[in-house]
Design a protein around this ligand. Structure first.
Ligand code: NI
Ligand code: MN
Length: 228
């Protein structure tokens, strides 16, 4: 599995011949280098309805004829707005796709889409386990720390965990260090920081504190790839 950090919580994942993107927030993302028209994908996984995660989902799905994979509410919202190629799942459920298996986990956060004058509720937010080619990737979505991360770590041999560290809307560094410990992934990579001033963090503080506990952590700069 090969992952590339596209800024914020957006990762492109290459599994064999398939290209998957998680939380494709490129337009309006000040640290993104990739333009939506340059992103090729077959599948789009959306963890929750906030604009910095659903992002360019509609444009990308249409341009690439890509399938959207998300919770029932987000998938229904997509289908009501012209995206028929969408697969609904929910927390605790898993499903085999051509690229591998997706399982959604809990995340403690919100999930809505805001227009100029209304808030559309889009179900519960989620994290995602992506299992392909004998490897397991965990993308925590936006979440606070929760003890069930220990269970997720016990029941899945996680190769790479992607954890938010930006604070304010999600875990900050203190809680993310504890999350890394509970998940016990082979490598932990921080996300959801330095996109906006409000979530500025020194990611090296996170990685060094994780390393001090005997676990591996690494920083991916925007555009960096990691193969595992
Ligand atoms: Ni969010
Ligand atoms: Mn977010």
């Amino acid at each position: 599995m090969n992952i590339t950090f596209q800024g914020h919580s957006c990762f492109t994942v290459e599994v064999g011949e398939y290209k998957v993107v998680i939380d494709p927030f490129l337009t309006g993302n000040p640290i993104a280098k990739l333009k939506p028209e340059d992103l090729k994908c077959d599948f789009i996984i959306v963890t929750h309805g906030h604009g910095d995660h659903i992002g360019d989902t509609f444009e990308l799905a249409k341009a690439n004829d890509a399938m959207v994979i998300s919770n029932f509410e987000i998938v229904t919202y997509c289908q009501q707005n012209g995206l028929q190629n969408a697969h609904a799942m929910h927390i605790g459920g898993s499903h085999e796709f051509p690229f591998g298996r997706v399982k959604f986990t809990i995340a403690h956060h919100g999930s809505c889409f805001t227009t100029d004058d209304e808030i559309i509720y889009l179900g519960n937010p989620m994290g995602v386990l992506l299992m392909a080619g004998g490897k397991t990737l965990y993308h925590a979505g936006d979440t606070g720390l929760f003890l069930d991360m220990q269970l997720i770590g016990e029941m899945n041999k996680i190769d790479t965990a992607l954890l938010p560290i930006g604070d304010n809307f999600t875990m900050g560094i203190d809680d993310a260090v504890k999350a890394a410990e509970l998940l016990n992934a082979r490598v932990t990579i921080p996300m959801h920081y330095n996109t906006f001033d409000l979530i500025n963090q020194d990611a090296s503080v996170f990685t060094s504190r994780v390393a001090k506990k005997g676990q591996q952590a690494r920083i991916l700069n925007v555009g960096d790839s990691y193969d595992f």
